[in-house]
Design a protein. Structure first.
Length: 624
């Protein structure tokens, strides 16, 4: 029985219970296995994710400066049955569904603005000490708050992904067997002292944890009361009324105004929802906090059923199966590319694929399906009496155009009004509502993890630090890929940051975080990696100069799909049309996919929306 979820990994520790040291060739990710040095995107280090070169054209389009400087688009002469904009899971799945319906000779072009495919499902690789280490630069796992739909499950099966193998892949007891477990790092800027403490759990009770924590007397007292108490803070209300009440107040307000805690408790809990919501407890409802297992609700005897306006991540009920590959769901993206463009992906099975390489040079070779990277789409418009779609994109410095019978926009909702300005105004407004959640997944390749072992820590929640989580890689075995079992071996450490601005409304926090990410340099990320790890681990012998081999910062200013929130989205709690439903309406022979189309930041949503979008095209006049 699998009892792990992404929520467990990402929701901090369970409180209730660049590249300078690599050779230049490695640092540039140059692949010379074939004797010719070409960039191999997964091995590029430094600032990745939305890397330099991937967003400038789209931003010029947004700012209204693009067309004034663009010359006429050069017709490549290419004609396709389908052009897909966006090579994330949704775009790749759309290409796959279309090909299944139209046949293996269907001509399909997938375009993406990045130099790698997969969208947020991004793979990172490092070479350290003669070994390849694989990390996830985005999408962590097959894991969704609700069971996968029949459509999404069937796709996994078709790709040869057997979710039941997780228990055989995961070396569950590895860190515990070395006496390692979760910790909390208190930083001196927020808490007055740097202190790494084992998180409270079965062996480390709350009393001894709090006795050592750099918290005020009032904060200690109130946290102890919260985790141990049985007070009903809303006596006299029935279950529904309690939930309706909790849905309308932030968890921060609940703690101070509802549970009577001293405000000193807030910094301790502030970052707990960061990794699922990209927001702190000021902007997440008390009801969602209950759903995430945060303390204070034990005495309220809430029935384990969803309340009004509950966040999708926090809803109680059955979840999808869980499966984490070393590169996260980049394995799914690679499997899809392998089905569409077999010449570029020699591996046929998951076991061959995970340790193997994709031949990027072959993705855009002539063939029924092609994948063109580094290509930002600036226009998709009906052409030829609306029987066709003309798609223009910038590749390098060149504006090119192709024609297709149909088009799926599997890119981000917020981009679509600029690509299709003739969409009805209400639809453009609904598309623009989806402000994506900024988030940074940083992978740090270490020479060894001896210091973690010495301090008996395998992961840490850092409520006040630049990075709010620090996790040793999950030990997973796939094919010939083996996790590091001995602390003397190299290891990938995963560090997450969500740049939110407490106090602002949710979507404003996301906008501010996006701006921050676009102006934060790699040097700043690197300095914070070194500083934070040194302060956490120096007592265990950690030396950043000796131990850090390479850093890959996966910067996602446009990260998670925006999910509705009862504190900020009245229609979500009071009822009313959802913007995502209005936003995803097809337009002539153009259909709209992407997880944004479901306002649901999970892989299954990306798949389901691809299936729907292709279905719309196939049912449209002339679409069979
Ligand atoms: C850091 C992170 C971690 C996550 N972890 C999980 C997880 O553990 N489990 C889970 O189920 N989900 C997770 N998610 C969510 C999941 O990744 C997404 O729901 C899913 O992968 C989205 O796929 P997509 O194809 O809809 O969008 P994307 O992956 O965003 O792909 C869309 C692509 O379109 C491209 N594009 C945009 N505009 C243009 C343009 N004008 N021209 C060309 N291309 C364009 C984008 O650059 C992008 O590559 C995570 C997301 C993030 C950001």
């Amino acid at each position: 029985m699998n009892n792990l979820t992404r929520r467990d990994f990402l929701n901090g520790v369970a409180l209730t219970v660049g590249g300078a040291l690599l050779s230049p060739r490695e640092a540039l990710g140059l692949d010379d296995t074939a004797g010719v040095a070409i960039p191999y995107p997964p091995a590029l280090t430094g600032l990745r994710g939305s890397h330099v070169g991937s967003f400038e054209v789209a931003h010029a389009l947004r700012d209204g400066t693009f067309w004034a400087r663009a010359g006429p688009a050069a017709d490549t002469g290419e004609r396709y049955d389908l052009v897909v904009v966006g090579a994330g899971i949704s775009g790749l799945a759309a290409a796959w569904y279309f090909r299944k319906a139209a046949g293996s000779s269907a001509r399909i072009l997938v375009l993406d603005n990045h130099d790698d495919f997969g969208g947020h499902a991004r793979r990172n690789e490092f070479r350290v000490g003669g070994r390849t280490l694989i990390g996830y630069g985005g999408t962590f796992a097959i894991d969704s708050p609700a069971p996968y739909s029949a459509v999404a499950s069937a796709l996994l099966t078709e790709l040869g992904v057997d979710v039941s193998r997780w228990d055989r892949m995961f070396e569950r007891g590895l860190y515990a067997g070395l006496g390692m477990d979760a910790a909390v790092f208190f930083d001196r800027e927020t808490f007055g002292a740097d202190r790494l403490l084992r998180a409270p759990g079965a062996t480390d009770p709350w009393t001894s944890f709090l006795a050592q924590a750099p918290l005020s007397e009032a904060a200690r007292r109130d946290i102890l009361r919260l985790v141990g108490e049985s007070t009903d803070y809303l006596p006299g209300l029935d279950d529904g009324a309690k939930k309706a009440h909790l849905a309308r107040m932030s968890y921060a307000d609940f703690l101070v105004k509802g549970a009577g805690c001293h405000p000193d408790v807030l910094p301790f809990f502030q970052a707990r929802p960061h990794s699922l919501y990209g927001l702190g407890i000021d902007a997440v409802s008390a009801l969602d906090a209950w759903g995430l297992g945060l303390p204070g609700f034990a005495g309220m005897k809430l029935a384990p059923t969803a309340g009004p306006g509950m966040g999708l991540d926090a809803r109680p009920g059955p979840r999808s199966p869980f499966l984490h590959f070393p590169d996260g769901n980049a394995t799914l993206a690679r499997l899809l590319v392998g089905r569409l463009i077999p010449r570029a992906v020699p591996a046929r099975t998951v076991d061959e694929l995970v340790p193997g390489r994709v031949d990027y040079a072959r993705l855009d070779e002539p063939g029924p399906a092609r994948l063109r990277l580094g290509s930002t789409v600036v226009r998709a418009r009906p052409a030829g009496d609306a029987a066709d779609v003309e798609v223009s994109y910038v590749r390098g410095r060149r504006l090119e155009r192709v024609r297709a019978r149909s088009c799926v926009l599997a890119c981000w909702n917020a981009v679509i009004p600029y690509i299709c300005p003739e969409l009805p105004e209400a639809q453009r407004g609904a598309l623009a509502y989806a402000i994506k959640v900024p988030i940074v997944y940083t992978n740090v390749a270490l020479r060894s993890w001896i210091s973690f072992r010495a301090l008996r820590v395998s992961r840490a929640h850092c409520p006040g630090s630049f990075f709010s989580t620090v996790d040793l890689d999950l030990p997973v075995r796939v094919g010939s890929y083996r996790p590091a079992r001995r602390p003397e071996e190299p290891m990938v450490v995963h560090m997450m940051r969500t740049p939110c601005r407490p106090g602002l409304p949710g979507r404003e926090q996301h906008r501010a975080g996006q701006r921050e990410l676009f102006t934060t340099t790699f040097d700043t990320f690197e300095r914070n990696v070194r500083d934070q790890l040194a302060r956490m681990l120096s007592a265990g012998g950690f030396d950043p100069t000796r131990d850090i081999v390479a850093i890959t910062v996966n910067r996602w200013p446009h990260g998670y799909a925006y999910q509705y929130n009862s504190l900020w989205d009245p229609f979500w709690i009071d009822g009313g049309p959802l913007p995502c439903v209005q936003a995803r309406k097809p337009f002539g022979r153009i259909a709209i996919a992407n997880a944004d189309a479901a306002a649901y930041a999970y892989t299954d949503a990306a798949i389901d929306q691809a299936h729907r979008a292709v279905g719309e095209l196939l049912r449209a006049p002339g679409g069979s």
